[in-house]
Design a protein around this ligand. Structure first.
Ligand code: MN
Length: 487
């Protein structure tokens, strides 16, 4: 499917034909030039002068799947009562680009004609008022349209808008239920579908086992070649690896048949399966599918969405779990991993396939999994929780490091990180906010992008950063709780 954004420029008849022609030709030029620096094309649509023109373009934007969002700008003044009907019905992501065609004020040239044509400084204020008055969620980006920082911010926003489209269309396949007695992996699926669009439904593990048993040796051979190209083999138990291939093929077939982009399972319910899918889940994640362990369908969906928002539509985002801490003063780190299922998109080096005994769960045989160290770099961890009546998205800034210990007997992929503002205060803040033990860890989606996504989705956003203190956070959570109940 084509994916594009629409450039909608506001004006009015007052200035005469000549000015409107200039506005139109400049808007076209800007859309074409901007498109060279953006992940999706920006298509100039209209210089809107009437309520009807705006309403028509919004109706079209809402209806067209290929339109991921609109970007507005007012080269001249555009009286914004004419925007009310259109903006009120807009349900696509909306960015107001407050820019100006000329970079500098031309000393000799400037006269009243120039002022009539180049009045974004007050046109964009009138436009901003009506969006504020309508409580319309939107991103405001101000700056010169040729500035690389403006390009970067527009590009980031476009990726978020794509994340919105992915969310609204997302289907999640649950194999079995959530892990018994666990609270944070629960959630109101009706609320989630209403707010975020996710269709979350369950399929029997028995159906998956039947699908696994139908996979042919040729299909397995084919996938084994991909495994050999992508990973090092550090096991002699080829039968275990082939079984994972069989699981991957079956899960993928079932998901593709239903157009699902994410799945969850639980090690408590593997009835009829020899191994918990390890390598299978990891290689599916490497292809952009979301995954959540222990029936955690929320984290599965978030993984799929954040992967889609990342570089190239399958970014460095992965299902993660906070496992254990290093509390030595000056070397305070979190160690994140999972039983098996960490996405190789986080790997610093080529992952290796190993097989080990896994005591927990219903494994009859030793599951094969990818083992690797995560790479160093700035990242975030993200958790979506159900607060009862609303959803809260919690984002924490982290910095991943090369693990300070080799941990030779740890048979899983591992990522080590420094949390902000620091390990213990970060833990206090995370726990105060109710963040889950499961997260999506991402190197290429930023906290700012998640804030934009939460705004577009109309859900609560909590950011734990270098400046967060438990005192301020406690107050913020209290006030937001009241605000969201009133909303
Ligand atoms: Mn887990």
């Amino acid at each position: 499917m084509n994916r594009e954004f629409w450039f909608v420029v506001g004006s009015q008849f007052l200035y005469g034909d000549e000015v409107l022609k200039t506005v139109e030709s400049r808007a076209k030029e800007m859309a074409e030039e901007l498109s060279k620096h953006l992940p999706y094309p920006l298509i100039y649509k209209v210089t809107a002068k009437t309520n009807k023109e705006i309403t028509d373009i919004v109706k079209e934007a809402n209806y067209r799947d290929e339109c991921l969002g609109i970007i507005t700008w007012c080269h001249t003044f555009s009286p914004s009562k004419m925007w009310i009907n259109g903006l009120a019905m807009l349900d696509k992501p909306y960015c107001h680009l407050a820019t100006q065609y000329n970079e500098e004020i031309p000393n000799d040239e400037i006269d009243m004609d120039f002022m009539n044509l180049n009045q974004a400084a007050h046109g964009d204020r009138e436009h901003g008022f009506i969006a504020a008055r309508l409580r319309k969620p939107r991103k405001v980006i101000a700056g010169y349209w040729k500035d690389t920082n403006v390009h970067k911010r527009l590009a980031d926003w476009m990726k978020v808008a794509y994340g919105v489209a992915v969310s609204k269309d997302l289907k999640v396949m649950r194999f079995g239920d959530n892990m018994r007695e666990v609270a944070v992996t629960e959630g109101d699926k009706v609320e989630v579908q209403t707010k975020l669009g996710w269709q979350v439904n369950t399929w029997a593990v028995g159906d998956l086992v039947a699908e696994i048993n139908k996979v042919t040796e040729e299909e397995i051979d084919f996938l084994m070649e991909t495994y050999s190209e992508s990973y090092d083999f550090a096991t002699d138990d080829i039968a275990a690896v082939r079984y994972q291939a069989k699981e991957e093929i079956a899960i993928k077939k079932m998901m593709d048949r239903e157009n699902c982009k994410a799945f969850s399972n639980t090690f408590q319910d593997l009835y009829g399966m020899e191994q918990l899918p390890g390598l299978a889940s990891q290689h599916l994640m490497a292809q952009g599918y979301g995954y959540g362990g222990e029936g955690d369908w929320k984290v599965a969906a978030m993984t799929a969405i954040m992967k889609a928002m990342g570089e190239g539509g399958n970014g460095e985002s992965a299902f993660m779990e906070d496992y254990t801490y290093n509390l030595i003063k000056g070397q305070e780190y979190s160690l994140g991993a999972h039983m098996l299922e960490v996405c190789p998109s986080l790997a610093a080096d080529k992952p290796r396939i190993e097989t080990h005994h896994l005591g927990i769960g219903m494994n009859e045989k030793d599951p094969a999994r990818l083992v690797f160290e995560g790479k160093a770099g700035k990242a975030i961890v993200v958790s979506l929780i159900d607060m009862g009546g609303r959803l809260r998205l919690i984002v924490q800034d982290i910095e991943a490091v090369k693990p300070i210990l080799p941990m030779p007997n740890l048979p899983v992929a591992r990522v080590m990180w420094k949390a902000f503002p620091n390990l213990t205060t970060g833990v206090e803040c995370w726990i105060l906010a109710g963040g889950a033990h499961h997260t999506v860890l991402s190197y290429d989606v930023s906290a700012d992008q998640m804030r934009d996504w939460a705004r577009m989705m109309d859900i609560e956003y909590v950011h734990i950063s270098k400046d967060t203190t438990p005192e301020k956070l406690e107050e913020e959570l209290f006030l937001k709780d009241i605000a969201w109940k009133l909303k």
